[in-house]
Unconditional design. Sequence first.
Length: 328
Amino acid sequence: MGGFEAFNYRVFTDVTGYPYNWPQSAFRSDFTARDPPLSNVDASVFKQFPVTERVRDQRRLILLNSRIGGEKMHSFTRREALIHGGRIGAALAVGFPAAEAAGKTRPEQHGAGKLKVIVAGGHPGDPEYGCGGTIALYTDLGNEVILLYLNNGEWPAEKGGAPASVRMAEASKACRILTARPAYAGQLNGRAVLDSVHFDEYRKILEAERPDVVLTQWPIDNHRDHRATSALTYDAWLQMGRRFALYYYEVTNGEDTLQFSPTHYVDITKTEPRKRAACYAHASATPDRFYELQDHVAKFRGIESGYKRAEAFILQVQSSYQALPAAS
């Protein structure tokens, strides 16, 4: 089906987070007793601001692709409606601001200001697999990107691993491909430690770098080093007064990352070849197996967001906002 006016709608949730889907006809400039309840949201909110610029987060008011005051609403295709509805439902389920869930509601970076970005991962290769395309977009815009590895990836040869010298050389090569630089938190592969000393040491790394944006691994993950990286980064964010924008990324879904419901997508169609090259720079880490799996994830996220390939992110609740990069 093509676009159709019958599916034009505005979505509200009450304070419990459950959505009401009401037709356009339910909204007029004069609200009366026969209108559905608005959960104490001031009706004047509806008349003042463009939908894509202002949202009443406290009551999770969402108005999709429309403006207040009686202007004609945008027609959705059924596919577009399902995509937007899915994003909103998933985000509300985990408590994220509705404006972020609706997608592309704020401007994306096109080079207006240079940023320092840290991408944290448990091992060499995790940032490249999870968001290598986004990293390439950041650096193409002239931003500084640091890949912060929790450990150097060293693993015994009898277990299919490689020594630190090999893994670190591969990481340096991958960073050159992405125009980033490597950094290490100094922990051991498979032996992550979360105590006050290590929390403080990790925070000091971020304090020294003073990032504007940090991308880190999602906390629900089958690998302990990934979980540790997420916890260390989150703690640093709290201790530093939430001064940087904090996003989470996913890796090898189902095998590592679980229960990941994105709030943001980045089109990596143009930068996928560089992402692939950076991942294959980790030659000792079986890229034929892992890249294929991660590329399936990128294609699926592309279907969700309307691109050929995409990387997906979750913005931390209460985080400051800094736009993710956009393909030119």
